[in-house]
Design a protein around this ligand. Structure first.
Ligand SMILES: Cc1cc2nc3c(=O)[nH]c(=O)nc-3n(C[C@H](O)[C@H](O)[C@H](O)COP(=O)(O)OP(=O)(O)OC[C@H]3O[C@@H](n4cnc5c(N)ncnc54)[C@H](O)[C@@H]3O)c2cc1C
Length: 389
């Protein structure tokens, strides 16, 4: 793997404050030191590097843009830069941090009771408790509104029944935020590990996000106190608002994966010689690929920064975040595929990071709203007509 010194074609760094650059540099060094030397091994072994959780907690990664309860209270742009650098390491690691902060801590902070916040947020910020987010079901992915998981009230408790699929961190989580249909609409329940009737199992055989745990959750007559329900939100807007937070981080994260692939392919192309001892970087068709890649990375950076600045002013809308996630993941996947091609046969080997990023990005393209679904969100925003059905 070649050293990485950032990708900045259009003086993007001039748009960042010193504080933002410092956050980015800290995470960059963490990834260089703690992740890159071993990531290919973890990826081969399908092993989540759990030992990094306390280190990441110490650096303030979990719930970094949330207020209070021990969180780092960073801006949304700083948070985005953390996601970018983490995903330059691996999308699986970034996924873990996204789920912990944006999909579990955020809803507890936003919709939880004071007791739930006090109980979980400091623990999760310190990495002493891990969370997962159970929305998707085997038969309901893009359309979570069809969910079959039910919560039936029984005095001061609820009884949960159902099944969740493709849940990041499922088997390692201390608490699952399970979305279920109750009598008054979809509600979020905090289900603790070890609650009778609640089980989880890892999904084996993934070719993508191998350094991340993905699981199924089963709930069979799981009794949870009514105080475990998030009191502050009802209906699909609960889970969807969490997804907007996570998708925002993904939009930045994808840039990290794209930069890693671009950097690797560029250094490789300058060193690799074919035909008359000329570097392959001297060929026009290879240069055309780099011109496309760097243009798309630059556009992605500007898009992420603008959405981040709007978010910091409280003006980012879900449809803005859809454009960010849709565009940046798509260009990252395209860049990974081009970079893979530039490395020739070496591009399929895990001596280089590109194929791993490419496989990871296939999941990122699908989760948190597929590319198609974000297309429809943007379509709805500009036409005023929802075309999902
Ligand atoms: C590694 C990984 C981790 C994940 N982690 C989590 C997690 O932590 N928590 C969680 O709840 N979920 C998680 N997911 C699930 C993820 O969010 C879903 O896979 C995603 O929402 C898509 O659902 P689906 O797989 O059922 O695909 P489907 O909804 O069946 O879609 C299949 C295809 O049909 C297209 N499609 C569907 N409806 C339409 C339409 N109306 N118009 C046009 N095209 C359409 C889709 O775009 C897609 O191309 C994870 C998934 C993966 C792969």
């Amino acid at each position: 793997m070649f050293p990485f010194h950032g990708v900045d074609y259009l003086e993007f760094d001039g748009l960042l404050s010193d504080e933002e650059k410092l956050v980015r540099q800290t995470v960059r060094e963490f990834v260089d030191r703690e992740v890159l030397p071993q990531i290919e091994e973890w990826n081969r072994e399908a092993k989540f590097p759990k030992h990094l959780v306390p280190l990441m907690a110490e650096l303030g990664f979990f719930g970094a843009n949330l207020r209070g309860y021990g969180c780092a209270e960073m801006s949304n742009v700083q948070y985005g830069l953390i996601m970018q650098e983490l995903e330059r390491g691996d999308s699986g690691l970034r996924s873990f941090v996204s789920v912990q902060g944006a999909l579990v801590m955020y809803p507890i902070r936003e919709y939880g009771s004071e007791e739930q916040r006090q109980r979980w947020l400091p623990l999760m910020q310190q990495g002493k408790a891990i969370g997962c987010f159970g929305l998707t079901e085997p038969d309901f992915g893009s359309n979570p509104g069809g969910m079959r998981t039910r919560a039936r009230q029984n005095g001061d408790s609820y009884i949960l029944n159902g099944e969740k699929a493709w849940i990041t961190s499922g088997t390692i989580a201390d608490v699952a935020l399970v979305w279920a249909r109750a009598q008054d609409g979809i509600r979020g329940f905090l289900v603790e590990k070890g609650t009778p009737g609640f089980t989880s199992k890892d999904i084996k055989g993934k070719w993508s996000l191998r350094a991340s745990v993905t699981s199924t959750l089963a709930l069979q007559d799981v009794l949870v106190p009514a105080t475990n329900m998030l009191p502050g939100v009802k209906g699909l807007k609960g889970p969807l608002s969490c997804l907007t937070q996570a998708r925002y981080g993904i939009g930045w994260g994808a840039i990290g994966a794209a930069m890693a692939c671009y950097n690797e392919a560029l250094e490789y192309a300058k060193a690799r010689k074919q035909f008359d001892e000329k570097p392959i970087a001297s060929h026009q068709m290879i240069q055309a690929k780099f011109a496309d890649m760097i243009t798309e990375i630059t556009k992605a950076q500007l898009l992420a920064l603008q959405v981040g600045r709007l978010k910091d002013q409280g003006r980012a809308e879900p449809a803005h975040v859809s454009m960010l996630k849709r565009n940046n993941v798509k260009i990252a996947l395209d860049i990974a595929r081009s970079a893979r091609d530039i490395l020739g046969a070496n591009g399929v080997a895990d001596e280089y990071p590109i194929f791993r990023h490419m496989c990871n990005l296939e999941s990122v393209y699908t989760y948190e709203g597929t590319h198609n679904i974000h297309t429809l969100v943007i379509g709805e925003r500009v036409t005023g007509i929802a075309a999902y059905k």
